[in-house]
Design a protein around this ligand. Structure first.
Ligand code: ATP
Length: 289
């Protein structure tokens, strides 16, 4: 069974506060994009879960989210067969694009289908949060408002179609580092998530672009100025809006015009500021994967 695990970008990301359990309450607008890992799931006679991947530095045991997702369902439903997962990564790792969460979501969907468990999408989402806060969203996909720790999901109308330029600089930013340094007080400038939602609801790409905002940029851009430089480069080269995704370091730009987007892609590649530069489109929930 072959599955595609799609990446996401955050059109909006606000952090409302820290909870007693250490998680943060967030308000995020998530959007799936056409950039994906592929997973091949094979049923085995011998029990157990095995994982292989094209990236040698990724764990292939419980440290890999695909393993944890498979184990969760296989334990609950007492599945005696084994499962082999071949994971081919294309989504940049630790980049703010929820690659691991999306892989886990694909495994939940795949195991449910392969072993005919009969779970609905929302039943898979409920289980997914045990693997990671973004996993329920990665089961749902499309344009979605995510609240709580990211697991309370409200589907939105599809964001207006556009070209999406994605660029990841060669820097590492740990999600924990970013959240620990985020200052939440009266001086915090929060993004206008309501304005963004209004843009999405009216199907107006320019309003969506004007409403892009990520409160975590206040931590990452001073720490890694190249993130800000890539964003500026996109804006100077025709992007209607540009933003860091998640806790970074990936930056994306939204373009109405395809040839302008290609030109910006080429300029960014030549600039040497980003290690990965990729031009793609939005992915909508109704489209088949
Ligand atoms: P998010 O946008 O949810 O913050 P991310 O893009 O920052 O996600 P991931 O690529 O999902 O981060 O993975 C971050 C860490 O999780 C990596 O350091 C990696 O070791 C571990 N990991 C476990 N399973 C996977 C997987 N299937 N793919 C990628 N990373 C994985």
């Amino acid at each position: 069974m072959r599955l595609r695990a799609m990446a996401k970008i955050n059109l909006g990301l606000d952090v409302l506060g820290k909870r007693a359990d250490g998680y943060h309450d967030v308000r995020m607008v998530m959007q799936t994009v056409y950039m994906y890992d592929t997973l091949d799931l094979t049923m085995q006679v011998r029990p157990g879960i095995t994982v292989e991947t094209n990236l040698p530095f990724l764990p292939v045991d419980k440290g890999n989210l695909v393993y944890r997702a498979a184990q969760l369902l296989m334990d609950e439903f007492d599945i005696r067969n084994g499962l082999h997962i071949r994971l081919n990564k294309h989504i940049p790792v630790a980049a703010g694009m929820a690659g691991g969460s999306s892989d886990a979501a694909a495994v939940l969907v795949g195991v449910n289908r392969m072993f005919r468990l009969g779970l609905s999408g929302s039943e898979l989402m409920k289980r997914g949060v045990q693997v990671g806060a973004d996993v329920p969203y990665c089961v749902m996909r499309g344009t979605v408002l995510a609240e709580g720790i990211g697991e309370k999901l409200t589907p939105l109308p599809p964001a207006p179609d556009c070209h999406v330029l994605i660029a990841k600089p060669p820097v590492n930013v740990s999600t924990r580092y970013v959240y620990e340094r985020l200052r939440l007080d009266s001086s915090t400038v929060h993004p206008d998530i309501d304005g963004l939602l209004a843009g999405i609801n009216s199907g107006d790409l320019r309003r969506v672009a004007a409403g892009l905002g990520n409160v975590l940029e206040s931590v990452t851009i001073p720490a890694c100025p190249v993130i800000g430089e890539i964003r500026e480069c996109m804006l100077e080269n025709g992007a209607l809006g540009a933003l860091m995704s998640g806790s970074g370091p990936t930056v994306f730009g939204l373009y109405e015009n395809g040839s302008q987007a290609k030109r910006a892609r080429d300029i960014l590649r030549q600039s040497g500021k980003a290690k990965i530069v990729y031009l793609t489109k939005l992915f909508h929930r109704s489209a088949s994967s």
